[in-house]
Design a protein around this ligand. Structure first.
Ligand code: NAI
Length: 222
């Protein structure tokens, strides 16, 4: 439980990484770890780790460090990974089918219950054991099953209209792949915009930067 209502988003964004590293430690049989050791593995500082975890009340014990299993469980609870939030996916094209097939929603706090598309050629096919439904059935489906989260894998031209409809049907969280900035229009919903291209462009800068530094070093050494 957070000590205050104002845990910063940057701390929240680090929690999945803690969860992942602690999960790996658990798998390799490590039961106890100091903040210094954890910091080393995660390439953070020990004080950063203590500060982050203090936002939720600590968890470590002076002279003992962290109990890996307990901390992993606590962070999972903080992230809400056992909530199974009912989720639908819109757009069962290449990306949507890949996400539906490969994302382990159930271990991340979500329960994928419906997949929708407008293309009659894909409607009726099954992905992850779920039938692809006609998007025109969205209203009836949402009224019956009350999903709270939507994954958008539709082109950006379609995103606004679908998002408006979904918000009116009770959707409160969007995992948005549609290259369209939904957060601009709504206050009462949360959006995670995912742009894989941004990550790739960041890598492009870093590769370029590395090459430039290496070239400069070579010139210096001559
Ligand atoms: P796709 O063309 O294979 O699939 C799009 C699907 O959306 C189609 O099946 C289409 O029938 C459906 N669709 C379109 N309008 C709809 C509507 N109003 N209601 C329901 N279904 C609708 O395209 P792909 O490759 O799956 O990409 C989907 C979107 O994701 C594209 O806009 C693409 O730019 C974007 N994208 C985003 C990435 C990211 O990192 N955010 C990475 C890759 C793609």
């Amino acid at each position: 439980m957070a000590k205050s209502d104002t845990v910063s988003l940057s701390v929240i964004k680090r929690l999945p990484r803690y969860y992942r590293f602690l999960g790996e430690l658990l798998k390799s049989g490590v039961n106890r770890i100091s903040s210094r050791e954890l910091a080393q593995i995660m390439r953070l500082t020990a004080s950063q780790i203590r500060q982050d975890l203090n936002c939720f009340g600590g968890f470590g014990q002076q002279g003992y460090g962290y109990n890996v299993s307990a901390l992993h469980g606590e962070i999972g609870n903080i992230l809400g990974l056992n909530l199974g939030v009912k989720t639908i996916l819109i757009g069962a094209g290449n990306l949507g089918r890949t996400i539906a097939t490969h994302m382990d929603f159930e271990n991340k706090g979500f329960d994928l219950i419906g997949i929708f598309d407008k293309n009659s050629e894909v409607i009726g096919r099954r992905v992850r054991g779920l039938p692809i439904r006609d998007v025109s059935d969205l209203t009836a489906f949402c009224q019956q099953y009350r999903p709270k989260m939507a994954v958008l894998c539709i082109p950006k031209e379609a995103a606004q209209e679908i998002a408006d409809l979904l918000v009116s049907l009770g959707i409160r969280g969007f995992w948005n792949f549609s290259h369209y900035d939904l957060a601009v229009n709504y206050d009462s919903i949360v959006v995670e915009n995912v742009h894989l291209g941004d990550s790739l462009m960041t890598l492009s800068y870093r590769v370029k930067d590395l090459a430039e530094k290496e070239a400069a070093k070579e010139v210096e050494q001559k």
